[in-house]
Design a protein around this ligand. Sequence first.
Ligand code: FES
Length: 107
Amino acid sequence: MANLVYVQPNGARVSVDAPDGITVMQAAVDTAVEGIIGACAGSCACGTCHVYIDERYTSLLPPITPEEDHKLDEVAAPVKRNSRMACRVVVTSRLDGMVVHIPKTQG
Ligand code: FES
C-alpha cells in the first residue's frame, strides 16, 4: 500500500491509499480523481492518463518503455522530463507519499 497525493492543476490535493499492484491510473479512476481518465483501461493506447511525477520519486520508477514513450508523444499537455503514463506506473510501498501532478488537459 502507498499513499499517493494527486495534485490538480489548480493546486487542489487528493490523498488516496492505493494497494500494491494496481497502477497510478487505476488508483485515481477507482477513487474518482478528476483529470485522469484512463479511457483504454490501462493498455497504453489512449493517452488520457498523462501525469507529472514528483521528481523526488522518479528514480524509484521503472524506465519508460518504447510503448510508453510513443504514447507520450501523443498526449495533449506539454511533456516534461517527469512525464509518465499513469497506467504504466505500478504502485508499491516504496512509492508511499508520492506526489502526482495532473496536467490541465488529457488526450
Ligand atoms: S489508460 Fe490509456 S494510455 Fe493510460
